[in-house]
Unconditional design. Structure first.
Length: 164
């Protein structure tokens, strides 16, 4: 089991020892898509959601999600994040199913011995869930998709860019 990094010699889960890793700048960007009715997107854009400014709250929730990743994902290291940026791109054009979308993007940075991919993915997921929570009274049919890592840099494995 020695080649499986998250298991000890007895086959039990463990947090990987990163103490000997070189400290480098680590950056990861992730995305996710929220599908919703055109009327729901219009209400978000015009500030007519009863719970408040949906994207402002989702942005803060995404930042908080990144910061709380090691409390949610068992083997993630607590990291000193140096930057978390959550952004949105709205597409009011309905797709073939009649739904519009909001793309959620999160970029997370740190300098250390392990990457921030999970923090970026968590930020996107929590922001998307927050959009759902704030709008569920008007659109229970919202859904999520395309949650993925777009890019990462730093560390031993170097740079990764998702091919589209």
């Amino acid at each position: 089991m020695a080649d499986l990094t998250h298991f000890n010699d007895a086959g039990r889960a463990r947090m990987v020892d990163v103490s000997q890793k070189v400290s480098t700048e680590r950056i990861a960007t992730a995305q996710g898509k929220v599908l919703l009715l055109p009327e729901t997107l219009e209400r978000i854009q015009s500030g007519r959601i009863a719970k408040g400014d949906v994207l402002a709250v989702a942005q803060v929730a995404g930042v908080m999600g990144a910061k709380h990743t090691p409390h949610l994902i068992p083997m993630c290291h607590p990291l000193l994040l140096t930057s978390v940026d959550v952004d949105f791109k709205e597409d009011p054009q309905p797709d073939v199913s009649g739904q519009c979308s909001i793309m959620v993007f999160a970029t997370v940075k740190t300098t250390g011995g392990t990457g921030v991919e999970m923090e970026a993915l968590t930020a996107v997921s929590v922001a998307a869930l927050t959009i759902y929570d704030m709008c569920k009274a008007v659109d229970k049919g919202m859904s999520f998709g395309e949650i993925c890592l777009l890019s990462k840099s730093g560390g031993k494995s170097g740079t990764y860019t998702r091919s589209m």
